[in-house]
Design a protein around this ligand. Structure first.
Ligand SMILES: C[S@@+](CC[C@H](N)C(=O)[O-])C[C@H]1O[C@@H](n2cnc3c(N)ncnc32)[C@H](O)[C@@H]1O
Length: 265
């Protein structure tokens, strides 16, 4: 993962986005707090090595909505002791670790990048999780064994997610979705329905996405010397442009973001 690919859309390298429930603290304070925590945690070396400022901006819950969004999904995922959860595109497995710690479920964190998994293993709750280096498009698991499959701002392979889950499973997603006003969210849900999933819960996150990327953009400008020294001028400017363009796309209602829990029919 490099500065343009890490933590974003694996296909486009674009950061992920959004929600309608505001943080209890302002995004700017949250960003500052995360960067302070990161500088003293195992995430610090990843933020340095992968030049991916969303690690600085988003923290270990590397998706829009952060830990709050993870908790919202966990409340609806029907996990508990004896249930098996797959966190696909897990980064440092923050969701898998939280799921194992708070529900007693057995959690498996899958990511293409072994460095991320090794860092996650060294973090709080890392001993509670199984760590698997693999591609989410070809998961090394038997059919029908997971009670909940998660993909938070990472590559979604519906055939694989459907294949590895039990008939009573939940599918928890945090992802870009077409904007409601363009009639797109129904098309997204329709794709899931074609694989036998129906919506159990949906939380719109576009506003939160806008605010997250606005705060990130402001933080990059405010701390330009820090980020420029760390990433170099051209990557710095490219990221700034990308964040600016994301904010505009959300503001123009051209892009949306959502949390979803699906169940089998
Ligand atoms: C934005 S991060 C999200 C991380 C995590 N889900 C979270 O919410 O904290 C995207 C992650 O997906 C991983 N990833 C991207 N494509 C993948 C694939 N095809 N298979 C497995 N992991 C993938 C990346 O290495 C990165 O860790």
């Amino acid at each position: 993962m490099n500065s343009l690919a890490g933590g974003r859309d694996p296909a486009t390298g674009a950061p992920r986005t959004g929600t309608s429930r505001p943080f209890a603290i302002s995004p700017a304070v949250r960003t500052f707090w995360i960067s302070m925590v990161i500088s003293t945690s195992p995430l610090g070396h990843l933020a340095e090595e992968y030049a991916a400022w969303w690690i600085d901006i988003l923290g270990e819950h590397n998706h829009i909505g952060g830990a709050d969004a993870t908790r919202w999904l966990l409340e609806r995922a029907r996990l508990g002791p004896g249930r098996l959860m797959a966190d696909c595109g897990a980064f440092v497995g923050a969701s898998a670790r939280m799921a194992a710690r708070t529900t007693g479920a057995t959690a498996v964190a899958v990511d293409l990048n072994r460095d991320f998994l090794e860092t996650g293993r060294a973090m709080d709750g890392g001993n509670l999780v199984h760590w698997v280096t693999a591609n989410s498009r070809r998961l090394p698991f038997r059919d029908g064994i997971f009670h909940s499959a998660w993909v938070l701002d990472a590559d979604i392979s519906l055939p694989e997610l459907t294949r590895i889950t039990t008939p009573d499973a939940t599918l928890c997603l945090c992802c870009e979705v077409p904007v409601d006003g363009r009639g797109g969210v129904e098309a997204f849900i329709g794709e899931l329905e074609a694989y036998g999933w129906r919506t159990a819960a949906h939380r719109q996150m576009s506003l939160e996405a806008t605010n997250t990327w606005r705060a990130a953009e402001a933080d990059l400008v405010r701390r330009r010397p820090y980020f420029e020294a760390r990433y170099g001028t051209r990557p710095y400017l490219a990221q700034l442009d990308m964040l600016g363009s994301l904010v505009q796309r959300y503001e123009r209602l051209e892009q949306g973001h959502g949390l979803f829990v699906f169940e089998r029919r």
